[in-house]
Design a protein around this ligand. Structure first.
Ligand code: NAD
Ligand code: ZN
Ligand code: ZN
Length: 346
């Protein structure tokens, strides 16, 4: 079968011919229907040799957003049937600890020590004709949701949903929420904020096209992400501080801007892996301001996000690519010229 693999540190991913994998005991093989390309893949592929090889084996099939049709069950795998259309819950955990028991496998404290990694971020992922899923519990029924339209909800939907849920109690009438980076995750975050809260939603980006997308998907305001943003935001909301900042870049300049927008009891939520740092502490930030760095989301939250798609509250903007064109999808992601999410349909 064809698979898009990261083969050599620093080199672009390659389309390769590899054997169709066989499901082992308890595992499920999917015939992949759709796979999403995430900026985290680009991040992983930008790591230098020492950091990369410490975490992941090579070659590795990319893709941590996946959807497929159940194709073959390993011995003892139950709960799904051949032919089911499913989405893959990616942040796998041990299934037994307190966090996993609550469906929060994204926060499994034992995953690292047990060598459990998400597909596409440590072992073979969804950018192939077939993929192996370690346990049927990582599969959520898609029902009649179109796989290519909705595959990105497994990360670009789930991650902002989880990030926003943590601040939901603060985002009542009169509140304001800033989304920094209206890309794959950010453009879904805007829709989630509009559906789940009464906050005034303000998007910031460095690209005019992304600012246009932000307005199209429901942002009340969209401004260039630069130091002038603070003043423009104050003008439209009438106060100098916002209730919550969701930063899908989290590099030094956006963290600085986010920190400048903080107010008393505000949330600064860092989702991007831009590598910056934020100061907190008495006299360094307004009273009781919170800084959080959430990771992905829980299994029940993925079910909730798919329910929001079913009821028409979120719609991922996608650009489609074949598996042969998948290297181009990553190139466009790297260039920053995609509208929404790049989705590969094998
Ligand atoms: P993307 O490339 O689709 O979107 C990034 C957006 O940020 C683009 O619209 C880009 O124009 C914009 N941008 C770049 N620099 C900016 C700046 N200085 N100010 C404002 N906007 C700027 O990426 P994505 O796939 O949506 O991922 C976003 C980030 O989230 C990445 O860092 C990714 O690695 C990370 N991520 C984190 C998690 C998690 O669990 N915490 C999960 C998935 C992705
Ligand atoms: Zn991702
Ligand atoms: Zn666990």
């Amino acid at each position: 079968m064809k698979a898009l693999q990261y083969v050599r540190v620093g080199a672009p991913p390659e389309l390769r011919e590899v054997p169709v994998p066989e499901p082992g005991p308890g595992q499920v093989r999917l015939k992949v229907t759709a796979a999403g390309a995430c900026h985290s893949d680009s991040f992983v592929m930008s790591l230098p040799e020492e950091q990369y090889t410490a975490s992941y084996p090579l070659p590795m099939t990319l893709g941590h957003e996946g959807a497929g049709v159940v194709d073959k069950l390993g011995d003892g795998a139950t709960g799904v049937a051949v032919g089911d259309s499913v989405a893959v819950y990616g942040p796998w955990g041990c299934g037994r600890c307190l966090q996993c028991a609550q469906g929060k496998e994204n926060y499994c404290p034992r995953a690292a020590e047990l060598g459990i990694t998400p597909p596409g971020l440590g072992h073979d992922g969804s950018m192939a004709e077939y993929m192996i899923v370690d346990d049927p519990r990582f599969l959520v029924p898609l029902g009649d949701l179109d796989p290519a339209d909705n595959v990105a909800l497994t990360d670009a939907g789930l991650t902002p949903y989880h990030a926003i849920k943590g601040s939901l109690g603060k985002l009542g009438p009169g509140s304001s929420a800033v989304v920094i980076g209206a890309g794959g995750l950010g453009h879904v975050a805007i829709q989630l904020l509009r559906s789940l809260t009464t906050a005034t939603v303000i998007a910031l980006d460095v690209s005019d096209d992304k600012l246009a997308l932000a307005r199209d998907v429901g942002a009340h305001h969209a401004f260039p992400s630069d130091p002038s943003a603070r003043e423009r935001i104050a003008e439209v909301i009438g106060v100098p501080a916002v209730t919550a900042v969701f930063d899908f870049v989290a590099a030094a300049p956006t963290l600085e801007l986010g920190a400048a927008l903080r107010g008393v009891e505000s949330d600064q939520v860092l989702v991007g892996v831009g590598g910056g740092q934020v100061d907190v502490g008495m006299l360094l930030a307004p009273y009781d301001a919170t800084v959080r760095a959430p990771y992905w989301g829980s299994r029940p939250e993925l079910m909730e996000v798919l329910a929001l798609a079913r009821s028409g509250h979120v719609r991922v903007e996608t650009e489609r690519f074949s598996l042969d064109e998948a290297p181009e999808a990553y190139h466009r992601l790297h260039e920053g010229t995609l509208r929404g999410r790049a989705v590969v349909t094998p």
